[in-house]
Design a protein around this ligand. Structure first.
Ligand code: SF4
Length: 325
């Protein structure tokens, strides 16, 4: 039996940002993404979760090459795109798109909705205006908007409608992979579920693959087939969604889950309170990066980084004491 090939493969990816210092000072770096490896398979949703500043957005921006990567490798649709040229990137982005958190700042308010959605078609050489119009109207319909919005401007719409327009623009080229970067975080809870359901319907209709980034565990649980938990530039645990939520092994995952409200007042829950802030990614702690906040810390934990290993089928974790805490 041949193994399923991933649509996207990320190998030991590092993205560091230089920090400007004074004359003669040694250059230092923010280790925003620090050795991430993962596979994403066609038609699945891989959720990425973690606190603000854990590196999940930089990881997405590195994968789509908005950020230049420091080292590692990104393979997409069987091709190494780590050092793709501008011209090559334009082709790659036909098949890989990103949806941002704030549609208002990512969409040009001087353009009509029709022109905003149509623009990628022009960039990619669809020269027939009737064909472009037809495709835009079909996409508007797919995201639940009527044809009349074509001539309207972005300020005339609510947050949820703007996110629908942003999704339409991202999908107009029929990409294979869509990176959803906190795509519903700025919306009211009732609108969030509408947009999540829309993304779910579009995934089925258009055979899309998603990487879904959020700091909200309940959102990640709702949309993902597998979930990766990020802490200080690294993935510390990754597993199928049900397995991760029912059998979390990393203390950080346990802490994130223990902070999610439970609707049943009779259900017992062991609350894990994380002490202190996320350490600076400029100087990540030695050994296990989580040791400065881990309630299960032992002296060995700062003696070298825990290996990221598969502890049961498809369940990966980086903790010296996984299965013991
Ligand atoms: Fe906590 Fe030690 Fe595991 Fe790190 S290796 S998460 S400090 S128990």
């Amino acid at each position: 039996m041949t193994e399923k090939q991933p649509l996207l493969q990320v190998k030991n990816l590092k993205t560091y940002f230089p920090i400007k210092g004074g004359i003669g000072r040694r250059p230092s770096y923010v280790h925003a993404v620090d050795g991430v490896s993962l596979d994403v398979f066609e038609k699945e949703t891989l959720g990425l979760v973690g606190e603000s500043g854990c590196g999940k957005t930089t990881l997405a921006r590195s994968i789509i090459r908005i950020e230049n990567v420091t080292s590692g490798q990104i393979n997409f649709m069987g091709k190494d795109i780590t050092n793709a040229s501008r011209k090559e990137l334009r082709e790659i982005r036909k098949n890989m798109q990103i949806i941002f958190q704030d549609p208002y700042s990512s969409l040009d308010p001087r353009m009509t909705v029709g022109k905003i959605i149509e623009e990628p078609l022009i960039v990619h050489g669809v020269s027939d205006p009737d064909e472009r119009y037809r495709r835009v109207v079909r996409m508007l319909d797919l995201v639940g908007l009527r044809e009349y919005v074509y001539k309207r401007y972005i300020h005339e719409f609510s947050g949820g409608q703007r996110q629908r327009i942003s999704i339409a623009r991202s999908l107009i080229l029929m990409p294979k992979l869509v990176l959803c970067d906190e795509a519903v975080s700025a919306l009211d809870v009732s609108i969030q579920s509408q947009i999540l359901n829309l993304l779910n319907d579009l995934q089925k209709e258009l055979n899309l693959t998603y990487i879904f980034i959020s700091h909200a565990m309940n959102v990640i649980r709702h949309v993902s087939n597998r979930v990766g938990v990020m802490y200080l530039g690294k993935i510390v645990e990754l597993a199928p969604t049900h397995e991760l939520f029912e059998n979390p092994l990393h203390p950080y995952t346990k802490a994130l889950l223990s902070a999610v409200p439970v609707p049943d007042p009779h259900r017992e829950r062991n609350s894990i309170i994380l002490e202190g802030d996320l350490p600076s990614p400029k100087n990540p702690p030695e050994g296990c990066r989580f040791h400065t906040r881990c309630p299960f810390y032992k002296a060995d934990c700062c003696q070298g980084e825990p290996e990221y290993r598969e502890v049961s089928p498809e369940h990966f974790v980086a903790c010296h004491l996984a299965n013991c805490v």
